[in-house]
Design a protein around this ligand. Structure first.
Ligand SMILES: CC(C)(COP(=O)(O)OP(=O)(O)OC[C@H]1O[C@@H](n2cnc3c(N)ncnc32)[C@H](O)[C@@H]1OP(=O)(O)O)[C@@H](O)C(=O)NCCC(=O)NCCS
Length: 243
């Protein structure tokens, strides 16, 4: 029974849930993270075309970083799927339940022989409120936002993403963000307010969000340094009532 997974599809062979990008990118699916993703992830996280634009990954990115990360994101995704499956078991055809994350987040390109290759990631999380310049107030808002009940329409989510450099500039991330917003974040997380914090100069990333209805609120400086370098950030903001 997969009622609570709606609108995810389920791979009949593996039981893995997924979303498929619309044409012309129908060879790309979005699935949960998998054990086995570590080596391809490590490759991409060591590519300056990717890591220079994201805050999280340590540089150099080592196999143990990938082990830690895949376990973390897989546990998060598994927990959401488990919660939804339990709901199916206990309340057959009950109302769809909200969850706090998207259990599908890894973009994979499906080859002609059916094998697939990890090419990217999109994730939603409770916002870090980078745009709030005062640190004490930022922390207060983070805590208040983190304490809200799943599905609360006042939660501010933040979205982050990366795509393999070999696949940049083909409209793939624009399609992936659009799909995850409309198929999951809005209906299944109850997201009404989503932001993205990009590094100044990340024109491609800004465009991806703008093309998905995010307003570009411009640059701000909250004093952030990433791997020893000062970073000015750009706020992109989407609100459901303004979409
Ligand atoms: C940002 C990223 C996810 C975009 O993915 P993508 O699939 O290449 O993006 P798309 O092809 O859907 O759209 C990119 C848009 O930016 C535009 N663009 C890209 N680089 C640009 C540049 N230097 N100047 C002007 N426009 C640029 C493209 O033309 C396209 O817009 P268009 O459709 O209006 O022509 C990808 O480049 C990436 O992974 N970068 C490194 C990691 C990263 O920046 N992550 C985001 C952190 S906030």
């Amino acid at each position: 029974m997969t009622h609570q997974l709606h609108p995810l599809e389920v791979n009949p062979k593996t039981g893995e849930p997924f979303l498929r990008l619309p044409a012309p990118h129908q060879n790309i699916i979005i699935t949960p993270p998998r054990q086995g993703d570590q080596s391809v992830l490590t490759q991409h996280m060591n590519d300056p075309a990717i890591y220079e634009w994201i805050e999280g990954p340590p540089v150099p990115y080592l196999p143990e970083h990938a082990d830690f990360w895949i376990q973390l994101v897989k546990d998060e995704s598994d927990a959401a799927l488990e919660y939804l499956r339990k709901n199916d078991e206990y309340f057959q055809n009950g109302p769809l339940q909200f969850v706090d994350v998207s259990p599908v987040r890894h973009l994979r390109e499906v080859k002609e022989n059916g094998a697939d290759v990890l090419i990217g990631d999109v994730n939603f999380r409770r916002s870090p409120f980078e745009e709030i310049l005062d640190e004490v107030e930022r922390k207060r808002l983070q805590r208040e936002n983190a304490d809200k009940q799943t599905g609360d329409s006042t939660i501010q989510y933040a979205v982050g993403d990366w795509l393999a450099a070999s696949h940049h500039g083909k409209g793939i991330m624009t399609a992936a963000i659009g799909l995850l917003m409309s198929a999951w974040a809005i209906p299944r997380m109850g997201a009404c307010h989503v932001v993205a914090h990009t590094f100044a100069g990340n024109i491609g990333s800004n465009r991806v969000f703008e093309k998905n209805g995010f307003a570009n609120r411009g640059l701000f400086d909250n004093g952030k340094t990433v791997r020893g370098e000062k970073k000015v950030l750009n706020l992109l903001e989407w609100k459901r009532d303004q979409a």
